[in-house]
Design a protein around this ligand. Structure first.
Ligand SMILES: [Zn+2]
Length: 341
């Protein structure tokens, strides 16, 4: 017995050490974007935020006339409600969310080699300023510029006074229903899917859509809630769905590259690591769009593709009332302003 313990203890210690080192290496080289991206040698010089926004000539509006982030809900609703264009037989929509992506990163689009935003704009798409916080800057915000309230407002079309999500780690009641449920229940789409890596969406008991996920299960709705551990896994989940002959009709996804790196080293385009995170989100977006375009039935499908963010950031965080945290963006392959209220 003593002999067995003498052997087992060192073996157990060895396995624990290997596990810790292996976990650390995996974390550094897979999740942590700045560790495996080309260093962002194209970070920009510091400039006043409002001046940078004025110079973004790809935008259809000004930050003063920004649309609310709830426009995402309205754009998707309008897309599915509008008649099928000539030659099209099916409607589809996807939201590619870049969590915590400051809009002044768009000054780097000119030097982007692989940009989903540029891809949509080159295909005749549009970009507009939007805002988080419930009301536009400089009016005092009525909603935190935080992750859960932001995405929830986009998914429900209402603010926290109605959906009651004022921060992360709050479980939303089933009502008001998100588009992931309402579009399926109303028979507007056959199915929906929510692809993420952040565990705060639906992966623990205090996650925003924890109750909603239970509801989906209890009702047998064709809505998939799938969390990967890292953004590359989210990309794989989305792409493997899009490669199916009859892919999911409505896909909502978030990528954490920019938010994670912003918290880690600073939400500013003067930070090379934050720029690298943006490049990574953008490259993922291109791979997703390319997969959509490669679908054998693409020519007969009417796709709405949206890229947006839940909030900006300042310093190492967000949640507050600053213009850097509140002015966001929506990019689409279709006209946005004429389709928003
Ligand atoms: Zn966020």
């Amino acid at each position: 017995m003593k002999k067995a313990i003498k052997i087992l203890i060192p073996v157990a210690c060895f396995l624990v050490i290997v596990g810790i080192i292996g976990g650390y290496v995996l974390y550094q080289f897979t999740y942590h974007p700045s560790k495996w991206l080309v260093p962002g040698d194209d970070a920009v010089a510091d400039a006043p935020f409002e001046d940078v926004l004025k110079g973004l000539d790809m935008m259809d509006n000004t930050w003063e006339t920004a649309v609310p982030q709830t426009a995402i809900h309205d754009l998707i609703t309008a897309h599915f409600a509008s008649p099928l264009p000539e030659g099209k037989t099916e409607k589809k929509a996807i939201v590619i969310g870049y969590d915590g992506c400051r809009v002044d990163l768009f000054q780097l689009l000119a030097t982007s080699k692989k940009s989903a935003v540029n891809t949509l704009l080159a295909d005749g798409g549009h970009a507009v300023f939007s805002y988080a916080g419930g009301v536009n800057y400089p009016a005092e915000n009525i909603q935190a510029t935080s992750t859960a309230p932001g995405w929830c407002s986009m998914l429900t079309g209402v603010l926290s006074d109605v959906h009651h999500i004022t921060d992360n780690n709050q479980v939303k009641e089933v009502e008001p229903k998100t588009l992931l449920i309402s579009l399926v229940e109303e028979g507007i789409v056959d199915d929906s899917a929510f692809y993420v890596s952040w565990d705060g969406h639906f992966s623990h008991k205090r996650a925003t859509y924890y109750a909603e996920k239970q509801y989906v299960k209890s009702q047998g709705l064709d809505a998939t809630y799938r969390r990967a551990f890292f953004d590359p896994g989210t990309k794989l989940n989305i792409i493997s769905d899009l490669k199916k002959k009859d892919c999911t009709d409505f896909i909502f996804s978030t990528l954490e590259y920019t938010d994670h790196e912003g918290h880690n080293s600073g939400f500013t385009p003067t930070n090379p690591k934050y720029v690298s995170a943006f490049r990574n989100a953008e490259a993922t977006g291109v791979d997703i769009i390319d997969t959509i375009k490669a679908r054998s039935t693409y020519d007969t499908e009417d796709w709405l593709i949206l890229i947006t963010t839940d909030h900006g950031g300042q310093g190492g965080g967000h949640g507050g009332p600053s213009i850097e945290e509140r002015i966001t963006f929506i990019v689409s392959n279709k006209d946005i302003l004429s389709n928003t209220k």
